[in-house]
Design a protein around this ligand. Structure first.
Ligand code: SF4
Length: 608
């Protein structure tokens, strides 16, 4: 493929969603391209946009109208037009210019700067938000201390742990954008590709390598994929965001089934003969540990990932992911952002065709094997991310620290970093439950560490409500939010802890809008913010769903109450949980209780 192919002048794309200024800007770019009579990707290695390895832009097929990843330019949505005119990673100098002027980005630059992990969060906060990449949630104490210094110098003195085991800093001024990125780099961290149409932070079991029940240490695969992505330009040009998780069979649920690709470690206890390959021939699969592959989780669209039938050697998982990403990149929808996730490609094609296209990009055969060949996966333990647990290494422990809705002050970050160095191995793990773990604590150091955590204003004891409380950013920092999710979550958690003595853990997820960043459909109780009418006044409120779960409790929650004002939420959740305790079977979990009732029965049971 010759990346300097002469191309016909680009047609004017669909500009229905553009304002006059944007239209003028776009027509200027296209006129410039036409005058140069060169492809907009001049300078790119040809291989990056061919089927070796990336595939996509169909330049050779262009006759009458240019296309981008197989879609005629006139049909691209506006974000794809921006990517067509300039690759997301080519925006560095735009970033430099904005920082020099201290200028907030417009719509297009807001989109472009997300390729570098910087988010314009106006009008809620007239500032930028930095989203890091923390592969497998692994941080060193030095890095955490460095992030604390960054938030004091450039942000608002706090950090937020996210549901992708990641860290975000807020209230960054545009003039500091470059300094922030360079400081992050000096810590050995990056934010590249943490937003927009990229593979997001790669998650892995938070206790990988130290968990007594795990089948496989998943960290090497998470890190290998992280670096593959960072070094593959074409993988920064997907139709939409993409999530990948590696679950090792440990005690903590990694919520892998909420991802586009969830790798689930399994044991194949005996040699299996006559196992099918993707092309229909048969092989013998030796006993050992493999990944099963779940595809197309997208909980905001009420879909968990499901097993696609593949049994993969762990060492093949990264190459498989790259192949799947490239199939998605070449064939995913580039015209409608709402239909641009992997789910919609698989809905259109079916799993079989998706796997056949994936196979065509791989040098090793894909093995299709039923779950009957695999031993049952070890079950995760709810809220095992908190409290003291024994490691697989003798006389070693990890301590899970409660970080309510993921918020840490810079002082707490420094304190945790010092405690991890003093009593552990100087490393930390972030969990997808918005909490953190200090690993490698010798028996003799446990008490001192626990006291140190309490002195930092945090605690470590597992609690049935606070341990499973998850909240997205909400109206404090996100323009889409209909309520202050973090504030409402903390108020509700405290209310419930003061009034209820639960004998089983429950997960409660507060999400601010249908984007569902806090994955409310997989909570025992899930709340999605909406505005509700109270005596003619619009106030913050929530729709409430119940009975969701992940892992062994996998399922999508169902509606039980609509339009509850935020101020009423604590009492309403108290009523729901009391009802469960009153009428459940002995020791029945909230999840099991909801699963044996129809939606109508739940609506009646939990009605006001
Ligand atoms: Fe913002 Fe909505 Fe995501 Fe919450 S769920 S952080 S409100 S986009």
């Amino acid at each position: 493929m010759n990346a300097t192919l002469t191309k016909p002048p680009p047609a004017m794309p669909n500009t229905a969603g553009f304002n006059p200024v944007q239209k003028e800007y776009l027509s200027g770019i296209l006129a410039g391209l036409a005058a140069r009579q060169t492809a907009p990707f001049v300078g790119l290695s040809g291989g990056l946009y061919t089927s070796e390895p990336g595939g996509g832009a169909n330049l050779a097929e262009e006759k009458d109208e240019p296309s981008f990843h197989g879609t005629p330019v006139s049909e691209l949505c506006r974000q794809e037009v921006w990517k067509y005119t300039e690759h997301g990673l080519d925006g560095w100098e735009r970033l430099v210019a904005h920082a020099k002027e201290g200028k907030m980005p417009d719509d297009e630059h807001t989109f472009r700067f997300r390729f570098f992990g910087l988010f314009n969060v106006s009008p809620v906060q007239q500032s930028l938000m930095l989203r890091c990449r923390i592969p497998a949630g692994e941080l060193t104490a030095v890095q955490l201390r460095g992030l604390a210094e960054m938030t004091d110098q450039f942000a608002d003195g706090t950090s937020a742990i996210t549901t992708r085991s990641n860290i975000q800093l807020r209230q960054i001024q545009p003039r500091d954008a470059l300094d922030v990125l360079m400081r992050l780099s000096s810590l050995g961290l990056t934010s590249r590709g943490s937003g927009v149409d990229n593979v997001r932070n790669i998650t892995a079991s938070p206790t990988a390598g130290i968990d007594p029940q795990e089948l496989l240490d998943t960290r090497p695969f998470a890190h290998a994929l992280h670096h593959l992505i960072l070094n593959s330009r074409d993988l920064f040009d997907l139709p939409r965001k993409f999530n990948v998780s590696f679950e090792g069979g440990g005690i903590i649920d990694t919520v892998a089934d909420t991802n586009d690709i969830g790798f689930m470690a399994v044991s194949v206890p005996a040699e299996c003969q006559g196992v099918k390959l993707q092309d229909g021939s048969a092989v013998t699969v030796p006993r050992g540990v493999y990944f099963r592959v779940e595809l197309a989780g997208i909980t905001g669209h009420r879909q968990l990932a499901s097993d696609c039938g593949l049994l993969v050697r762990p060492e093949d998982s990264v190459a498989l992911t790259a192949a799947m990403l490239r199939v998605f990149s070449e064939h995913g929808d580039r015209t409608d952002r709402k239909k641009a996730r992997l789910k919609y490609l698989i809905d259109k094609w079916g799993t079989e065709k998706f796997l056949a296209e994936t196979q065509a990009k791989l040098a090793f055969p894909l093995v299709i094997a039923g779950v009957e060949h695999c031993a049952p996966r070890p079950a995760a333990v709810k809220h095992a991310h908190l409290g003291l647990r024994v490691q697989r290494q003798p006389e070693m422990n990890w301590l899970g620290v409660v970080v309510p809705v993921g918020l840490l002050t810079s002082a707490q970050m420094r304190a945790i970093a010092t405690l991890a160095e003093r009593h552990g191995s100087g490393t930390l793990r972030l969990t997808p439950w918005q909490n953190l773990i200090i690993p490698d604590v010798p028996d003799a150091e446990v008490t001192a560490l626990q006291k140190g955590i309490e002195a930092a204003g945090l605690h470590w004891r597992s609690s049935q409500v606070m341990g499973g409380l998850v909240a997205c950013t909400g109206s404090r920092g996100c323009k889409y939010a209909a309520a202050d999710t973090k504030g409402d979550a903390i108020r509700t958690g405290q209310w419930l802890e003061e009034r209820l003595q639960l004998d089983q853990p429950v997960n409660i997820h507060f999400t601010g809008c249908p984007h569902s960043c806090a994955q409310h459909y997989v909570g025992d109780l899930g709340l999605q913010a909406v505005k509700v009418d109270r005596d003619g006044v619009s106030v913050d409120g929530y729709h409430i769903v119940a009975g969701g779960g992940t892992g062994t409790e996998s399922g999508i929650a169902r509606p039980v109450r609509n339009g509850v004002a935020a101020a009423e939420v604590p009492q309403v959740l108290e009523e729901i949980l009391r009802k469960w305790q009153q009428v459940r079977l002995p020791n029945e979990s909230f999840c099991a209780f909801t699963r044996r009732h129809t939606t109508e029965e739940l609506l009646n049971l939990f009605a006001s």
